[in-house]
Design a protein around this ligand. Structure first.
Ligand SMILES: Nc1ncnc2c1ncn2[C@@H]1O[C@H](COP(=O)(O)OP(=O)(O)OP(=O)(O)O)[C@@H](O)[C@H]1O
Ligand SMILES: [Mg+2]
Length: 521
């Protein structure tokens, strides 16, 4: 007996049902494994085409910040069709997105709302086409739609089809949500990263290290070498060369950059206070110690402790400091609890530590502890090419600060700046330029805006920096030496040559410390 029409239908529906569950299972897999959402969308549409009679299928998404809809993935449509655009509310798809409700059009040829924008790849002449469109919902809002065209079949259960497509759409919504989250997270991290780097750079720039002379470049190289390590650094150099700036640069170029940079000026603190400053104290440790106080070592935990003027530390404190450096732990003054800290140490001094060791004012063992990596900051006179860079830098800094519009430094003034020996180094140059900016009333710095110390005879062509008495003495000494030379060291003859007496000449020889034996050949 041939199977009845209804039993055929039942079996067919059963097959469709199984196929749909298989597809849903696969779709969830595709989305879970996807690292490219676009490709995953396409694969899902392929499944609809292969197993669910779709002649044409599209995923349409709404622009995040507009009311335009664009096709993200499509199957069964031409390349041109892929570029079709819809507006929310326009056509069937536009209405599905707007209302967030599915629409079924049994015969698109009788539906004036059907726009035929995304042209089909194949001509389906003679066939009646149905269109089923379901919204892709995130919360209550539709972020897009899934549209499928199929051949009209009278016995197709469109309600069941819509339910199936709605599940596909809901899985799609989750995949989109995950991707958007990942994308925004990625962007957030990227932004944060850029921001952090900028901040660090600004901080480093805040330290404003100007100068590109050979010796300074060597210093920058050393900073770069040592910054990322935890090595103790000893920064040496004359006063005003920029040791503190170097210490900053090391800190802000290290992994500790976001942790504190704590400075202790060893010279500014009386010996009686320095231990409690460095290590803190417990309540009542000494008169006036009213509460427990954290020392600079503890405050710097995780970051950098900068011990400035280390050469001025008194010997007793040197002993304690040495112990901390060896064991990385200490007790607060008046306390018994041992405190452990993770601190990177940078020390600076303009003292001759080797001489201090010889004089027994600086402990040799501490010296070796600190002198792991030394950076010598060269004196300004040893890097003359930096003078003008620094001068220009300070000129614009102080012009801005004092609201002046000074544009440049005149050539004679430049010569004075460059030929001066700058015993006070960059700090002295900085003060000189600030002073010049203050006294300058035009927009050019001239020689007379610079302090008297820079007004040498060669620069101004006037002043002789020597007293009359000194000049006369120098001349006298030269004349006596010349006479002694001619007289081969014979004082009586030299006196005659000079038209003077032997007694006077003898007196002057003693006064000027002239060695007569040198002239006896
Ligand atoms: N390379 C540089 N670029 C710009 N400014 C600098 C530079 N070097 C030093 N300065 C400036 O010069 C001044 C002195 O620098 P700093 O305090 O770092 O010197 P120092 O070596 O620690 O001196 P001291 O031994 O007297 O403490 C600061 O105002 C600093 O900003
Ligand atoms: Mg200093």
């Amino acid at each position: 007996m041939p199977p009845s029409h209804s039993s055929v239908l039942l079996r067919r529906n059963r097959v469709v049902e199984i196929r749909r569950s298989e597809t849903l299972f696969e779709v969830s897999h595709v989305y879970a494994a996807a690292d490219d959402l676009g490709r995953a969308l396409h694969r899902v549409l392929e499944m609809l085409e292969r197993h669910h009679d779709a002649l044409k299928a599209t995923f349409v998404f709404r622009d995040p910040d507009g009311d335009e809809l664009r096709i993200e993935a499509g199957i069964g449509i031409t390349a041109d069709g892929m570029r079709a655009r819809y507006k929310v509310g326009e056509g069937i798809i536009g209405r599905v997105v707007q209302s967030a409700k599915p629409i079924v059009v049994p015969d698109v040829s009788h539906e004036p709302l059907f726009l035929h924008r995304a042209a089909r790849r194949r001509s389906l002449e003679g066939r009646t086409i149905s269109f089923v469109c379901v919204p892709i919902l995130l919360g209550r809002n539709a972020i897009g739609a899934l549209g499928v065209e199929l051949e009209l079949q009278q016995d197709r259960d469109y309600e069941e089809l819509v339910r199936f497509l709605e599940i596909v759409a809901s899985m799609t919504a989750q995949a989109v949500r995950a991707e958007r989250f990942a994308e925004s997270e990625r962007r957030r991290l990227l932004d944060e990263n850029t921001h952090l780097r900028l901040e660090l750079k600004e901080r480093y720039e805040l330290s404003n290290l100007v100068g590109n002379s050979g010796p300074m470049r060597q210093v920058y190289e050393q900073v770069a070498q040592v910054a990322k390590t935890n090595t103790t650094v000893l920064v040496r150099g004359e006063s005003g060369t920029g040791k503190e700036l170097i210490a900053h640069a090391i800190h802000y170029n290290s992994d500790r950059a976001r942790k504190p940079f704590i400075k202790v000026s060893c010279a500014a603190l009386p010996a009686s206070l320095i231990e409690s400053e460095l290590f803190g104290h417990e309540k009542g440790a000494f008169t006036g110690a009213q509460g427990r106080k954290k020392g600079r070592f503890e405050l710097a935990d995780g970051g950098t402790l900068f011990l400035d003027e280390i050469g001025d530390l008194d010997v007793a404190t040197q002993v304690t400091l040495l112990r901390v450096l060896q064991e990385r732990e200490f007790e607060r003054v008046g306390g018994t609890e041992t405190v452990k800290v993770n601190v990177r140490l940078i020390a600076a001094t303009n003292k001759d530590l080797e001489q201090a060791i010889a004089d027994r004012t600086f402990r040799e063992d501490l010296y070796y502890r600190l002198n792991v990596f030394s950076i010598f900051v060269p004196a300004l006179r040893e890097r003359k090419t930096d003078i003008m860079l620094l001068a220009d830098f300070f000129l614009s800094k102080y012009s801005r600060e004092h609201r002046k519009s000074i544009k440049r430094i005149a050539t004679p003034a430049i010569d004075m700046l460059v030929s001066y020996h700058w015993p006070g180094n960059v700090r002295e140059l900085e003060n000189t330029i600030e002073r010049a900016v203050l006294v300058c009333d035009g927009n050019v710095i001239h020689g007379h805006h610079l302090p008297p110390t820079l007004q040498t005879a060669e620069a101004s062509g006037t002043v002789v920096a020597i007293t009359l008495a000194d000049a006369v003495a120098k001349l006298e000494k030269d004349l006596i030496q010349d006479a002694l030379k001619s007289a081969r060291g014979n004082r009586a003859r030299a006196a005659r040559l000079l038209g003077s007496t032997e007694r006077v000449i003898n007196y002057k020889i003693r006064k000027y410390g002239v060695d007569c034996r040198r002239f006896r050949r």
